[in-house]
Write a protein that binds this ligand. Structure first.
Ligand code: N2P
Length: 365
């Protein structure tokens, strides 16, 4: 009997491990984008709840997706962009949210929830954390020195015209290391739909990058923040809030380096970053507590005030610093918003084609 009981226990433990239904210890494992939280957010949560948080970071959807699809990521909360969320939801990567455990859901902006529901019907698996655009961070003085006063900093011509890139090479250019975000930017510039799946058009977009490749210092999705701020590079294609962080760091360092952010007039990509619980999360109740904490107006406003990204919490808006609310990089005008396109959700096969092409672009051959 005893033996039988132990076997049953072992079996049910194994079953629990397989389904991810486990006891919630006082721990939580979070995987978020780098430079995407206030310095004391995690500590505040730990102090209030007694839950110990392991907080790791990534800087591209591609990296997060590789972890998730390999299975058993070990994380209880992750933050994919909406363009990746849709596919991951279909692949069964996430738990359906029990919104009765999220009383602060009421604070979220209904318009942004509706927009985000295009990737996740009824917002069943995730809530929008922050959103932003993918534009051009630049050092106006250095760019002027190299290209003159009429440098087209308000256009993708600044980088996609090889004669401009060749000159800017002297002060340093970087691009995000993300084929799913950078190839649509080139497709858009070439006049193709951003979700174009025609392999010949994708090859043209890669060829455009190949032409300017010799002028690019590097492809990386987070290093440009400090490099812009230090004056090590003068132009970076990057995420809106990250460029604003570079600008703030440069100001804090004495203001010798100036940084601006531009949403090119042809339009730029936009994203929503979404908080979700992986299916095999071990600490689900704690994940709900952290989600609900992130939906608190004071908590999320404090994060925006530190990272420069616009959050998706309507109740938090009055608590966001006026300087951020009036910054056109964080909160673009309606006219500029109308020029933004959503980063497309590409079928996995097309994503692979883009990744292969991108590897060649990075190698320069
Ligand atoms: C944070 C970048 C988040 C925006 N460094 C890209 N989804």
């Amino acid at each position: 009997m005893k033996m039988f009981g132990r076997t049953l226990l072992t079996l049910s433990l194994l079953g629990a491990m397989a389904t991810g239904v486990q006891a919630n210890d006082k721990v939580l494992r979070v995987y978020n984008w780098s430079d995407y939280i206030a310095p004391d957010t995690v500590k505040k949560f730990e102090d209030e709840t007694g839950i110990q948080v392991t907080y790791d970071v990534f800087d591209s959807n591609e990296t997060l997706e590789a972890r998730l699809l390999a299975g058993k990521s070990g994380y209880d909360l992750v933050v994919p962009s909406n363009s990746f969320l849709a596919k991951q939801v279909k692949a069964g990567v996430y738990q359906t949210l029990d919104k009765s455990k999220l009383p602060n859901w009421k604070n979220l902006n209904p318009v942004l929830l509706k927009n985000a529901s295009a990737s996740d019907p009824d917002n069943a698996h995730a809530f929008p954390y922050m959103w932003g655009s993918i534009g051009i961070g630049f050092n106006p003085e250095k760019v002027k020195e190299v290209l003159g006063a009429n440098a087209p900093t308000n256009s993708w011509d600044l980088l996609f015209k090889p004669q401009n890139a060749e000159k800017l090479k002297a002060c340093g250019i970087s691009f995000l290391d993300s084929p799913t975000e950078m190839i649509p930017a080139a497709l858009h510039y070439l006049g193709y739909p951003v979700n174009d799946q025609d392999k010949a058009h994708i090859a043209e977009a890669e060829a455009l990058f190949m032409k300017i490749r010799p002028s690019v210092s590097y492809f990386h999705s987070s290093k440009y923040i400090s490099d812009l701020a230090n004056g090590n590079i003068c132009v970076a294609v990057g995420y809106s809030g990250d460029v604003l962080q570079a600008k703030a760091r440069a100001q804090e360092a004495g203001g010798k380096v100036k940084i601006d952010y531009s949403i090119p007039k042809e339009g730029a990509g936009s994203f929503y970053d979404m908080v979700a619980i992986p299916r095999d999360a071990a600490n689900v109740e704690n994940a709900y507590l952290f989600m609900n904490f992130l939906m608190r107006p004071d908590v999320i406003a404090d994060i925006t005030n530190n990272i420069g990204y616009s959050n998706a919490n309507a109740a938090a808006t009055p608590l966001v610093d006026e300087a951020i609310r009036s910054d056109p990089g964080s909160y673009p005008s309606q006219e500029v918003m109308a020029t933004l396109y959503a980063i497309p959700d590409m079928p996995i096969g097309v994503q692979r084609v883009m990744t292969r092409g991108w590897t060649k672009v990075k190698l320069g051959k």
